[in-house]
Design a protein around this ligand. Structure first.
Ligand code: PLP
Length: 355
C-alpha cells in the first residue's frame, strides 16, 4: 500500500505531557493515519498527516445508523527506549471480524500494520517513559457516505489516533467493587456483542453511571435471556478461580473475544492450571463465595491488563473475594504480561513485536 507522509512542522509540534500525570484518552499526538474506502475502488489515499479535524457531511451514515467499529492496543517503552507492541495483528484481525458483522469493508491486516508502524516511528517520542504508562492506539472505521437510506454505506474512513495514557493503577494494584445488574444487558444472542462496535458502548453507559452513583467501579453483565449467566465485567472479560478450576464464560456470541482473555487462557494452561470455558451463573459465584471455594476473580482487557475484583454486589447481597485482596494468580498474570509488554522478559508465543 502506498502511503504519503505529511509531517507537521517543528514549530507546530505539541509539548509532551508529564508522564506521571496522564489520564486516559485526553491528549492526542501530533500525527494520525487515515485512508478512504469507496465501493469498487477499495482502500485508497493512505496517509499520515497532522492530527486534525475531519470534514463530514451531516448525512454521513455513521452519524445516523452507527456503522462504527474500533480497536484498542498499546505501545510500551522498554528499558533501552525500544518500543513494543502486544499482538497488534490480532487487533487488526479482530477489527475485520467486527467489520464483517457490521457490513463494513475488511482491511489488509499486513498493510495496515505497516501503516501503524510508520505512524509510530514518527510519534516514538510520545510513548511515555514511565512504568505502567503507554501510548494507547485507537484504530477506528466509520461510514462516511451521505444518505439516509438504511443499508451498508459505500464509503468509509479508517483512521488511527494515538494518546499517551497513564498507569492504570497509579496507587497500586487494588481490587475493585463490582455491581451486578439484572436490569440492563450489554448484548443479546444474535446481536453485536462480539463486535467492537460503538453502539455497544453507548448502550452500556446508563448501567455504568448507576453503578458509579452507588460507589461501584464497574458493572457485571449477565446474559440477556436468563439474566443469570455471567458475560463480562464493564469492558473486560472475566475469570474466576473456584476450587482448583480457573473458569471463564465461553465465547457465546454476545461476548467480546478479548486478546488479553486469550493470552490469559494460554498462560494459565501452560502454568498447569485446570482451565475451563463454561457457562457460570451469578448464583454459583455467590455460593462458592459462601463455601469459601471462590478464591479469585479478575477482569482482563488491554486498558488494565488484569483488574482484580474485591467484591460483587447483587440484589442487596455482597460476595467478598479473597477478603478484598488481590489473589496470587491475578498478581502473577499481571506481572508476567507487563514483563512481556515492556520487553523485560522474552516469551515463546510470538506475541511481542518491536517498532
Ligand atoms: C475490548 C473489549 C474487551 C477486552 O479486549 P482486549 O482485546 O483484551 O483488550 C472485553 N470486552 C469488551 C466488551 C471489549 O470491548
Amino acid at each position: 500500500m502506498e502511503i504519503t507522509i505529511e509531517k507537521a512542522s517543528e514549530s507546530d509540534l505539541k509539548a509532551k505531557p508529564d508522564g506521571n500525570s496522564l489520564g486516559f484518552g485526553a491528549i492526542f499526538t501530533d500525527h494520525m493515519f487515515a485512508m478512504d474506502y469507496d465501493e469498487g475502488q477499495g482502500w485508497h489515499d493512505a496517509r499520515v498527516t497532522r492530527y486534525s479535524n475531519f470534514s463530514l457531511d451531516p448525512a454521513a451514515m455513521v452519524l445516523h445508523y452507527g456503522q462504527a467499529i474500533f480497536e484498542g492496543l498499546k505501545a510500551y517503552r522498554g528499558k533501552d527506549g525500544q518500543i513494543f507492541l502486544f499482538r497488534p495483528k490480532d487487533n487488526l484481525a479482530r477489527m475485520n471480524l467486527s467489520a464483517t458483522r457490521m457490513c463494513m469493508p475488511n482491511l489488509d491486516v499486513d498493510a495496515v500494520y505497516e501503516c501503524l508502524r510508520e505512524l509510530l516511528k514518527l510519534e516514538k517520542a510520545w510513548v511515555p517513559d514511565v512504568e505502567g504508562a503507554s501510548l494507547y492506539i485507537r484504530p477506528t472505521m466509520v461510514a462516511t457516505e451521505a444518505g439516509l437510506g438504511v443499508r451498508p454505506a459505500e464509503k468509509y474512513l479508517f483512521f488511527i489516533i494515538l494518546t499517551p495514557v497513564g498507569a492504570y493503577y497509579p496507587e497500586g494494584f487494588n481490587p475493585v467493587k463490582i455491581y451486578v445488574t439484572d436490569k440492563y444487558v450489554r448484548a443479546v444472542p444474535g446481536g453485536v456483542g462480539n463486535a467492537k462496535t460503538a453502539g455497544n458502548y453507548a448502550a452500556s453507559i446508563m448501567a455504568a453511571q448507576e453503578a458509579h452513583k452507588q460507589g461501584f467501579t464497574q458493572v457485571l453483565w449477565l446474559d440477556a435471556v436468563h439474566r443469570k449467566y455471567i458475560e463480562e465485567v464493564g469492558t473486560m472479560n472475566i475469570f474466576f478461580v473456584i476450587g482448583d478450576e480457573v473458569v471463564t464464560p465461553p465465547l457465546s456470541g454476545s461476548i467480546l473475544a478479548g486478546i488479553t482473555r486469550d493470552s490469559v487462557l494460554q498462560l494459565v494452561r501452560d502454568w498447569g492450571h485446570k482451565v475451563v470455558e463454561r457457562p457460570i451463573t451469578i448464583d454459583e459465584v455467590f455460593q462458592a463465595g459462601e463455601q469459601g471455594t471462590l478464591t479469585e476473580a479478575f477482569g482482563t482487557g488491554t486498558a488494565a491488563v488484569i483488574s482484580p475484583v474485591g467484591s460483587f454486589h447483587y440484589n442487596g447481597n455482597t460476595c467478598s473475594v479473597n477478603n478484598g485482596k488481590t489473589g496470587a494468580l491475578a498478581q502473577r498474570l499481571f506481572d508476567e504480561l507487563q514483563d512481556m509488554q515492556y520487553g523485560r522478559k522474552s516469551e515463546p508465543y510470538g506475541w511481542i513485536e518491536t517498532v
